[in-house]
Design a protein around this ligand. Sequence first.
Ligand SMILES: [Zn+2]
Length: 49
Amino acid sequence: MLKCRECGNTWKLEVSFPLKKEFKQLFHYCPYCRRNTFHDILEYVESGD
Ligand SMILES: [Zn+2]
């Protein structure tokens, strides 16, 4: 789960690349802000494995 620092909304990140768990934040497009913002990474959802 990602939490946008700008609007505070949380949403599930769907990416085609693995995220390194060392990351505490991610600069990504927010569908609520409709622009790229910093997000706090709350939880990793791992598919498979
Ligand atoms: Zn946002």
